[in-house]
Design a protein around this ligand. Sequence first.
Ligand code: CAA
Length: 258
Amino acid sequence: MTSYETILIDRKDRVGVITLNRPEALNALNLQVMHEVIAAATEFDRDPGIGCIVLTGSAKAFAAGADIKEMQPNSYMDVYLADWFTAWDRLAEIRTPTIAAVSGYALGGGCELAMICDIILAADTAKFGQPEIKLGVIPGIGGSQRLTRAVGKAKAMELCLTGRMMDAAEAERAGLVSRIVPAADLADEAISVATTIAGMSLPIAMMAKESVNRAFETTLAEGVRFERRVFHATFATADQKEGMAAFVEKRKPTFEHR
Ligand code: CAA
């Protein structure tokens, strides 16, 4: 495994864990963090031995946003030519399921990073927000788009226009997070959910992920058609044969991830 400076990497059986590790800056997402997270996630994604990726931060902060000190001196031409923060789009292309385990602040780019993941699991201490407007900018890693799809226009508008944070309970009510767990249990719970997912057939999990994501990109009729074709395709896999045989024979399936 490659070694990194701003993140920690761990493997728990078929689960890959990426921990943001810039405690001095509340895990602010500078360019180095961006490149390292993407490299690590890509490495896990290419590894057939990994069936789910967990992305997490510290107890105090998942990530407090893009690095304001790094952004501050830049001009329009600087950020335009470097195309900040397009590289994060790569994370949305990862085929392996991803879980953001969020404790503490997930603000600005931190909230956006969590929303790029497939599932957000929140500690009861989690706080989400898009406070960019207070800095004289707007979200730049998809926040205005993914937050609106996740929680609807009214709340997304309010959060983007006022910079207000929402706590875990509000985020769960609004549909941003799948579940809230006590902060002390977050890491174990994230690994447990990830282990469950990683125990499924990897190609089938990838197909399920792709189908759910298609709902955000297309009409209902097209999405349903897409899903049906992928459903048909699952019958070409060894794991469909095994999964259904195991049910009929009243035993646990052993998936080959093929
Ligand atoms: N960038 C750079 N440094 C950051 C940071 C950020 N986003 N957030 C926190 N830090 C640094 C602080 O500057 C501080 O460093 P020093 O000790 O060297 O001064 C350290 O982390 C600890 O932070 P605080 O002392 O501020 O901690 P706090 O507990 O008092 O406050 C906080 C916590 C409310 C999260 C506060 O740090 C804060 O408001 N952070 C900025 C949040 C923000 O505006 N995020 C959006 C960034 S813009 C963006 O993300 C654009 C985009 O969409 C791409």
